[in-house]
Design a protein around this ligand. Structure first.
Ligand SMILES: [Zn+2]
Length: 136
């Protein structure tokens, strides 16, 4: 599958394997920081150990890889080989995401998802955050 994955996706895959922060995640953090928001990282007390949490706004920011979390965009296309394996694996991720969001909302958190395809432009990230904070 190596030949068909883009450089960005490959970096996401590697990050996932090594448990490192992905480039899109770092972009989102940078934007939040510049907007003057306070946030916590990798909050293990919350369901799903969310990457970015804004306690003052009761807001959880999920930075989701389009491929791994099944975004309906061109980056979210599933591999054409090993189909069953990928369907099972990726569907499981989507189910888990839904459960995590439900649990977070139950605990009174609002959840905003930023897809990695939206992280190419800082303005886009900014407007998503802005909207999410405003609808508090
Ligand atoms: Zn996407």
């Amino acid at each position: 599958m190596t030949d068909m994955v883009s450089a960005v996706r490959r970096s996401q895959i590697m990050a996932r394997i090594k448990g490192m922060d992905t480039v899109p995640e770092i972009m989102v953090r940078r934007v939040l920081h510049r907007m003057g928001y306070r946030f916590r990282l990798h909050v293990s007390e919350l369901p799903g150990k969310p990457d970015i949490v804004m306690p003052r706004h009761k807001l959880v920011v999920l930075v989701n890889g389009c491929f791994w979390h099944g975004h309906k965009c061109s980056d979210g296309h599933r591999p054409k080989s090993n189909t069953e394996y990928w369907i099972r694996k990726l569907d499981r991720n989507i189910v888990r995401d839904k459960q995590t969001k439900r649990l977070l909302r139950k605990k009174g958190w609002r959840v905003v998802t930023i897809w990695t395809c939206q992280c190419r432009e800082k303005n886009k990230i900014e407007s998503i955050i802005h909207k999410a904070v405003k609808t508090a």
